[in-house]
Design a protein around this ligand. Sequence first.
Ligand SMILES: [Fe+2]
Length: 166
Amino acid sequence: MRVAELAAEWAERMGVPDSERNRWLRAVWLHDALRDAPDETLHEWASSSPVPGELRHGPASAARAKADGETDRGVLDAVRYHSLGLAEWDMVGRVLYCADFLEPERGFEERDRVELADRFPRDPRGVLRIVAASRLRHTINSGWPLFEPSVRFWNSLVSASGSPSR
Ligand SMILES: [Fe+2]
């Protein structure tokens, strides 16, 4: 799986300990567990989730990972919110959100994608912001609603970088 390869490459280049690398890879393996599951299954695992349709596979996959014994809050939040973003994410959520978007099979402009994937280990915050902007722009351009976690996520990214800049 290419998302896993990308996350593993970043872990190596960033020199994170094995325990942290394992958290990243667990989130990668778990995040799309129920992506192709039928609606009834998604409802069963994420009955209280306010998000519709395919956005439900994140919360459902997280609920199942938890039932299967995953206890790491950062890993579970990474999986649960991987389609939306979350202001409170630790590094696991940020890595998954970016790797999921920058892996080679995505339709994102090839040159930008390669450049951003290469830059992530040096500038995770900068790349996260660019990826978030691109994903949110796509949501808006598609005429889809923005859910509250995504709005808080975006605001956390721009407020963390100081005053508005262009
Ligand atoms: Fe997904």
